[in-house]
Design a protein around this ligand. Sequence first.
Ligand code: MN
Length: 130
Amino acid sequence: MMQPRVVLIEDNAQNRYLVTFLLEQHGYQVSAASDGAAGIALAKQSRPDLILLDIQLPTMDGYAVAAALRAHEPLGDTPIVAVTSYAMPGDREKALAAGCSGYIEKPIDPETFVDQIAAFLTVGRAGDGE
Ligand code: MN
């Protein structure tokens, strides 16, 4: 059984809860970190299928985190999906420039969120019934 593994880097506990809940409901395995340094360590250690990255993080913002993840060769091809604030249009371009594969706007839409994530996943397509 293919269970896509996601590392979630998000400092807001409510958002962590919601995203984890939605993804786990659809068979994803989620491990979360609440700041950039912990998230980078977690991603290096667990080599996930996808990284979901909040841009507004304390200490080290999402752009710096994305650049650090991309600089780590084993994670060079891992999809990194930025979660950007709706109010800040410049976030998206900066996120892509920092190495993110794409972005999802906050607030996330629980109705479409999991489909948005699935679109970034290339693993698990073949032969996985779900
Ligand atoms: Mn945040």
